[in-house]
Design a protein around this ligand. Structure first.
Ligand code: ZN
Length: 435
């Protein structure tokens, strides 16, 4: 525990970080002012060039990598990413900070310029301030200050800025992982500065399974529905099965994962959309609908599952209910199309990078760190699954609830705390005499 009498060997580094407060603010503002909206995936090249210039000056070797042929990649909106690496004095572990450079649409309700980066009362405003340009800026300042104060470090430090996290990460981390940039040979510790709050270490996320279910019927005149077969009524039976069987079963399945918020600490499923019968007409259409029995109805489901569950069981549970309806309802037929699947990810809280961040949070903040897991997925999935790298967590200064909201901001003090925690973890993981 904290020993008040022992001087902190990292106090010069902590002092140096205090001197870089203005640099941190200016860097965050610069990043916010590059409008990297996704979709469509704008200005990725601009922000990569900005990061290239900044990090090259600090002795990083940089690579700009375009994720050719990934979803959304085009000459107009090329999917650019940057990886920067700084070697230490001798061989050792590599600590990698991965931040996504893209931001979601602005939306309504802003009182500040979403790309202005205004600093007001210790908060910097803008789309992406919290999710996650503030986290990116914090990791850069932490790495630069650490390198300048401890040039004798072992191993290497990497900083990446990657695209498309907000749309699945296929043109960003997934692409780089496929190219071997996250192989355990090259990288040993990954910190993703997503906005999970400065005193929490996020160990992973639940899994996701997305599917479209279509029920079929037979078209007929609406005045004689008995001559056809109503696909919407079949879908009603499907949803009724969900209500009576699936939802109660899922509610009983709790997880050991420390998911926040509490309501997500179980299996969940959202019915994302439902469409049946005639397509909707334009708003200015003034006619009446034709009298038809619908022959097709579709729903999209979004099922989130736990490390304790198996993806095949998750899928099998839904197809089992659908198959049981075949026995109960004459002429019931369906198709199920899987849209996407992401396995749950959960790093051990004793893994070196998780334990180190927790220890340094306690040092800097004087309170125990909290270990959490995220209800939704983020780029950790690609680092685990494709990169096969387990020693990966999310830790960043933004406030989770501000992500994607109007008047999104990042607190300068929160960033300063995170910079100290990140720099101290670098020292613990990369310095010969451990702190
Ligand atoms: Zn994010």
């Amino acid at each position: 525990m904290n020993d008040q009498n022992t001087p902190d060997p990292l106090s010069p580094l902590m002092h140096e970080i205090q001197n870089r407060r203005d640099d941190l603010i200016a860097l965050t503002q610069d990043l916010i002012r590059i409008p990297t909206l996704n979709p469509p995936g704008d200005c990725y090249r601009d922000i990569c060039e900005y990061l290239d210039q900044r990090l090259s000056k600090h002795g990083f070797t940089t690579q700009l990598i375009r994720a050719h042929g990934t979803p959304g990649d085009s000459e107009k909106y090329p999917r650019w990413n940057i990886i920067a690496r700084r070697e230490g004095k001798s061989a050792g572990d590599c600590v990698h900070f991965n931040s996504h450079i893209d931001v979601v649409e602005v939306g309504h309700g802003w009182t500040q310029d979403p790309f202005g980066g205004a600093l007001i009362d210790g908060k910097i405003y803008g789309r992406g301030a919290c999710d996650m340009k503030g986290g990116l800026a914090a990791s850069i300042i932490a790495a630069e200050a650490f390198i300048d104060m401890h040039p004798e470090f072992h191993g290497a430090i990497e900083i990446s800025g990657t695209g498309d996290e907000e749309s699945g990460g296929y043109g960003g981390v997934a692409y780089l992982a496929e190219k071997g940039f996250f192989s355990p040979k090259r990288v040993q510790h990954v910190i993703i500065p997503e906005p999970l709050n400065k005193d929490r270490v996020c160990l992973g996320h639940r899994g996701g399974w997305w599917a479209e279910i279509e029920t079929f019927g037979e078209i007929a005149h609406g005045s004689m529905p008995f001559l056809g077969d109503c696909a919407v009524r079949h879908m009603g039976a499907v949803i009724d099965k969900f209500e009576t069987d699936l939802y109660p079963a899922m509610a009983l399945r709790h997880t050991e994962m420390p998911v926040v918020p509490e309501g997500a600490r179980q299996s969940t499923m959202n019915i994302n959309s439902i469409h049946g019968g005639q397509p909707e007409q334009d708003d200015d259409f003034t006619g009446l609908p034709a009298h038809c029995v619908p022959d097709s109805c579709r729903v999209v489901i979004d099922r989130r599952f736990l490390v304790e569950e198996n993806i095949d069981d998750v899928r099998g549970e839904v197809t089992g209910l659908l198959d049981s309806l075949k026995a109960e309802r004459p002429k019931f037929s369906y198709e199920l199309r899987e849209l996407n699947r992401v396995l749950p990810s959960m790093t051990d809280k004793n893994a070196p990078v998780a334990a180190s961040l927790a220890k340094q949070i306690a040092k800097v903040m004087g309170k125990e760190a909290e270990f959490v897991a995220s209800p939704g997925t983020y780029d950790q999935k690609h680092i685990n699954r494709i990169g096969k790298l387990e020693n990966c967590v999310a830790y960043g200064p933004g406030i989770l609830e501000l992500a994607h909201k109007p008047d999104e901001y990042i607190g300068v003090e929160d960033m300063m705390v995170s910079v100290q925690v990140m720099a101290r973890s670098l020292a613990e993981l990369l310095l010969p005499t451990k702190e």
